[in-house]
Unconditional design. Structure first.
Ligand code: MV4
Length: 618
């Protein structure tokens, strides 16, 4: 198994991967952009490296910088998460070249699934059913017209060969609409994937999005973990996912059939790790058949956002299995070990305003409290007083619940959504609350009409902040005003009162908090270099050991073994990136150990001193 792994991502998935690594006993290395300096994923990892400012192309997508950090930190493998460098075949190849393990499938599998027409050809050869249509690019509108009329039939879907996830997806209901659809799809393919080629599929009426989670190791074992139903989408973005699909949609027989399809698809590309076969499920695909049909759509060669619902119903940690597989270990489970239990639902908590056609709504977070209690899981990458940047994905957290049935899970989700407190940020929480309360959801419909119903969406508008005239929000920001909720009691009755005003109270100036162990924990304080707040628990007896908040060189040691020190007393100075960092005692006591000599290098998390005795009884 690896000793150290670099996480080439941010936000909730970086936190998710760091957790898996910790449980596997693997040290984690985070990377971060300047904007993400104070975010949970940075603190959650054992070490963190700044990749600089600018757009993602200059940090999270910069292959050279990331490989360099991997070398400097001694990471043996890189986990790409989803987005950014996941599903990037040249990056996977570059890792291999650099002698670093890419946690994911071989570059060849990514490439094979990257071209949708190539993938369709491969899948057809492997006996995987594909949506009827072409497996070769369609060169001209005239060709498209002929093929649509003679072979596929209308309505027809025009899709970009380089696409996926709905980018470059157009529908032509009739001949007249084909030219527009063809040109639109081609333009979008060119814009997003630098590939204008398109292909045709028969357009299925109101299909469900049903996907299969697979796991594969380097020893030829491939298993599936059942399906996820992700039919609730807006503009091809999933917003709610569940596992399993409603039981009246996917029966055990159908599950077995589509599970085998998933396994065959993965085997056809020598897949390794966690992957997903996305497909369309149609209860009435043929003209007069009532036989349900399942067609391969595309394969996602990475861990997906919605993997969690499958973890809840199978009890299998998909991220850990992916890491084990990359390290060459066999899968921990055989197909017969996989048992589905109960029902899980995931709601994506996006910083978006559903009432304004899901417009991104980045901004500052005030108070923040996640729901908890039975069957509730939150995977998040934000914290109180954090900020959601317009630079990144608006998905800031995922709320996942499990319960014995779909109906019970729905009630539990509504309960948990009600508990979620995210002050100051517009999120999809009200949208989820409204949608999960509908009859359509209860009946397991795709809710497509609802998601396009402008009136319904408008009804989800956020209340205007009280007393806010136009422009006050900008003014507030300029004057560094903050909004805080206070709890007050009036004649014994409790009220929540929101107060807006200038920031008051303890604000720790940058650089003042010299002891990393204490920095960052002051509520509301803006401790600048918070990196030391990581590693707050250094294992059993960790209260005695003071871990280094940073990587650098031991510049000066100002105490010696046996000395008695008081809390906050200067112990040593660590030089890091040409800066002197004063390290102070995290508690009073006697210096029992002082393992780092002057001049020696020190890594983040290494013990600086062990201080024993004089336990505070308070
Ligand atoms: C389709 C389709 C109908 N027929 N392909 C592709 C990307 C995915 N995000 C939606 N895609 C669709 N592909 C054919 N041949 C309908 C959709 C579709 C959809 C599918 C399942 C659930 C929700 C959907 C919402 C819009 C479009």
């Amino acid at each position: 198994m690896f000793a150290k792994v670099l996480i080439a991502n941010r936000g909730e998935i970086a936190v998710r991967i760091a957790r898996a690594l910790q449980e596997l006993g693997i040290a984690s290395v985070a990377v971060y952009s300047e904007l993400d300096r104070d975010t949970p994923h940075v603190r959650r990892a054992d070490e963190a490296y700044n990749l600089g400012e600018g757009p993602a192309s200059e940090n999270y997508l910069n292959v050279e910088k990331i490989l360099d950090v991997a070398r400097r930190s001694g990471a043996e493998a890189i986990h790409p998460g989803y987005g950014f460098l996941a599903e990037n075949a040249p990056f996977a190849a570059a890792c291999e070249q650099a002698g670093i393990v890419f946690i994911g499938p071989p570059a060849s599998a990514i490439e094979a699934m990257g071209s949708k027409t190539e993938a369709r050809k491969l899948m057809r050869a492997a006996g995987v059913p594909i949506v009827p249509g072409t497996t070769e690019p369609v060169q001209t509108v005239a060709d498209a017209l002929r093929i649509a009329k003679d072979e596929v039939g209308f309505p027809v879907a025009v899709k970009a060969a380089g696409g996926g996830g709905g980018k470059g997806f157009r529908v032509a209901l009739s001949e007249e609409e084909l030219q527009g659809a063809f040109e639109g799809s081609s333009r979008e393919g060119e814009k997003f994937f630098s590939d204008p080629t398109v292909y045709l599929e028969r357009y299925l009426h109101d299909p469900r999005h049903v996907e299969v989670q697979v796991l594969a190791d380097r020893h030829g074992n491939v298993i599936h973990l059942g399906e996820r139903d992700c039919s609730i989408q807006r503009r091809h973005q999933k917003v709610i996912e569940e596992s399993p699909a409603p039981e009246w949609i996917v029966t055990p027989e159908i599950r077995e059939r589509i599970g085998k399809i998933g396994v065959n698809a993965a085997k056809a590309v020598d897949y390794v790790g966690a992957g997903t076969i996305e497909g369309l499920f149609s209860a009435h695909a043929g003209e007069d058949s009532s036989e349900p049909e399942y067609f391969f759509l595309e394969m996602n060669t990475r861990v997906q956002v919605e993997h969690c619902v499958t973890e809840m119903t199978t009890g299998i940690d998909i991220v850990k299995e992916g890491i084990r597989a990359a390290a060459g270990e066999p899968l921990s489970y055989a197909q017969e070990d996989v048992q589905l239990r109960g029902h899980a639902i995931e709601c994506r908590i996006n910083a978006e305003d559903a009432s304004k056609s899901f417009a991104p709504a980045p901004g500052k977070i005030g108070a923040y409290r996640e729901p908890t209690g039975p069957g509730v899981r939150v995977d998040s990458g934000v914290q109180a007083h954090g900020e959601v940047s317009p630079m990144y994905d608006p998905m800031v957290a995922k709320l996942i619940v499990w319960d014995s049935s779909r109906e019970e899970a729905t009630k539990r989700m509504l309960r948990a959504l009600g508990e979620y407190e995210i002050e100051g940020l517009k999120t999809l929480i009200p949208f989820h609350q409204a949608l999960l309360a509908t009859e359509q959801w209860a009946r397991g419909e795709t809710c497509r009409d609802l998601l396009e119903d402008k009136q319904w969406l408008k009804s989800l508008a956020f209340p205007k902040p009280e007393g806010a005239e136009a422009g006050i929000e900008e003014e507030t920001a300029a004057a560094e005003k903050v909004s805080r909720t206070y709890e007050v009691e009036v004649s014994g009755k409790r009220f929540d009162v929101r107060v807006r005003g200038e920031a008051v109270g303890p604000v720790i100036a940058a650089g003042m908090a010299s002891n990393g162990a204490a920095a960052g924990s002051a509520p509301g304080g803006r401790a600048a270099p918070k990196r030391g707040a990581r590693k707050s628990s250094a294992g059993a007896g960790g209260a005695d050991v003071l871990p280094s908040p940073l990587q650098g060189n031991m510049w000066k040691v100002l105490v010696k073994q046996g000395d008695t020190v008081s809390e906050g007393q200067l112990l040593c100075i660590i030089e890091a990136m040409k800066m002197e960092n004063e390290i102070t005692a995290h508690k009073a006591g006697t210096i029992a150990e002082l393992p780092i000599a002057e001049g020696a290098p020190i890594a983040a998390g290494d013990p600086i001193a062990k201080i024993v005795g004089e336990e505070q009884s308070a």
